[in-house]
Design a protein around this ligand. Structure first.
Ligand code: AMP
Ligand code: MG
Length: 479
């Protein structure tokens, strides 16, 4: 079995100061946990070659295939509002890019592949928990139809890593449209490296927004992509958890799954991340934070937008001011079908907010409440609640004004309201079992999440919120 990967590495052709050339550090005993056959095929890679000894060696960082150009990308970033001029890939190594079957360029990156010049105090490694978590959640996001990086494979390394305790090491192979972040622009802006900003802008336009004519257009395109992305997160109750500018992809994909989580009981102030003490990245703040991050991108692009600084600021500000409207429209595009609407009326946003407010007051399960609308079932938290009955009557009256037959509205709602999401307690269960070498629960969860809009067999109970004692109150970066 030969492993022949048709790399075409455009990032590695950018100037030296964009990255540090760095090969992965070999590990003791690579073993495959999971290979994403379908994604491999979409990438034009042979799954059986990836499963071979050489393939697994590549996925663990022990074998650098021909034509790869391994490197760690340089970037900066605002972390919780504080600017760090140099972050960079401290535990991830880009092997290279390939053109997938759909003609789109994709990065192949190993996360947990060893130290790089950007590792600072870190060991460059990842432990099994975050690798399984990212695999599950990123593939679930994809199945939910939300732009995201993907997981091609997970391997164990046969080595321990040390966090609060000794834990098994693992490597995730991540696939992305690119790994270029708002922080990548900030890295060059803070160095006043206008030439690099020009090169980066040209690269990002060619790669992600070929229709954009220059930096201002690029800014507008990223604003639109991020507004839509956050609206889609809101539609499934997803909290990213660390929306630092270094964790925001300019391609508009969800990236860097750390202490992320899907809510069970709904409340807009929900925070899971153990390091987010002030709720900066709480569920309902995500649009504002995206706008804040985009303002940082705008400020990096100013010298490219217009040589007259005042004019550049005027244009960038105008582009940023469009964010709330774009977000609001995207949010309605996401939520209207969730309550079965195909047409637009002025009162729709209010109708949806009334439902959400009631859900918040009673911490009704986000996923099951919306799915219940399609199935005609009401969550316990809302049963017998007069305000909910009033809302239902208003909603039914609104549905009457839809051209769709009732069964079509139900079908629409079933296609917009998943039956299953990666609930925290299920992810924890998969990780706990994985730590004992049993990847059965991980695989079962992954399998169920492939078709999130289908009802899983009732005995599987994947739709159930956590029972008392199963709730996960906090999630950790802990990588
Ligand atoms: P993140 O938590 O993914 O946003 O990472 C923030 C920064 O810390 C990035 O520059 C990472 O590369 C770096 N980092 C996180 N974990 C490690 C690690 N185990 N070793 C080296 N660098 C790390
Ligand atoms: Mg990150």
């Amino acid at each position: 079995m030969t492993l022949d990967i048709p790399f075409d590495n455009s990032y590695a052709r950018l100037p030296d100061r964009f990255y540090a050339r760095q090969s992965p550090a070999p590990v003791r005993a690579p073993a495959l946990i999971q290979l994403n056959d379908r994604l491999a095929e979409e990438l034009g890679l042979d799954p059986s070659a990836l499963r071979s000894g050489t393939g697994i060696a590549m996925l663990a960082g022990n074998h650098v295939p021909e034509h790869a150009a391994p490197l760690a990308q340089a970037y900066a970033g605002h972390q919780f509002g504080g600017f760090v001029p140099q972050l960079g890939d401290g535990r991830a190594i880009l092997l290279g890019e390939i053109i997938a079957q759909d003609g789109q360029r994709r990065d192949i990156q190993l996360k947990g592949a060893g130290r790089t010049p950007f590792s600072r105090m870190g060991d460059g490694r990842a432990w099994l928990g975050p690798v399984l978590r990212e695999y599950i959640v990123s593939e679930a996001m994809h199945a939910l139809g939300i732009p995201t990086t993907r997981a091609l494979a997970a391997v164990t390394t046969g080595e321990d890593v040390y966090r609060q305790s000794r834990l098994p090491g693992a490597v995730l192979t991540r696939v992305a449209a690119s790994h270029i972040r708002v922080g990548t622009f900030q890295y060059f802006a803070v160095r006043n490296d206008t030439k690099a900003l020009e090169d980066l802008t040209a690269h990002v336009i060619a790669r992600h927004y070929p229709e954009a004519q220059g930096a201002l257009d690029l800014l507008r395109a990223v604003i639109t992509a991020q507004a839509r992305l956050v609206a889609q997160w809101m539609g499934v109750g997803f909290i990213h958890g660390v929306m630092n500018t270094d964790n925001m992809s300019v391609a508009g994909e969800t990236i860097d799954y750390g202490p992320c989580a899907f809510m069970d009981g709904y409340h807009p102030d929900t925070v899971f991340s153990s390091i987010d003490a002030h709720g900066r990245y709480a569920f309902a703040r995500q649009a504002d934070i995206a706008a804040w991050n985009l303002a940082q991108l705008a400020s990096c692009l100013l010298p490219l937008i217009d040589e007259d600084q005042d004019r550049a600021i005027g244009r960038a500000t105008e582009a940023l001011h469009a964010f709330p409207e774009i977000f609001k429209a995207a949010w309605l595009d996401v939520f209207r079908p969730k309550i079965g609407l195909t047409t637009r009326e002025d009162g729709d946003a209010e109708l949806i907010h009334r439902l959400l407010d009631m859900m918040a007051a009673r911490r009704a399960d986000f996923t099951n409440t919306f799915r219940g609308l399609a199935d005609g079932t009401v969550q316990d938290a809302l049963t017998g609640v007069a305000a909910f009955d009033d809302w239902s009557a208003a909603w039914q009256a609104r549905l009457q004004r839809e051209p769709n037959a009732p069964e079509d509205s139900s079908a629409l709602m079933r296609s917009a309201n998943p039956a299953v999401i990666p609930r925290n307690h299920r992810i924890e269960e998969a990780i706990e079992a994985g730590l004992t070498g049993d990847f059965g629960p991980f695989r079962r969860l992954l399998d169920i999440l492939q078709t999130p809009f289908d009802d899983p067999a009732p005995q599987l109970a994947y739709r159930d919120p956590p029972a008392p004692g199963q709730e996960v109150m906090q999630t950790f970066c802990g990588t």
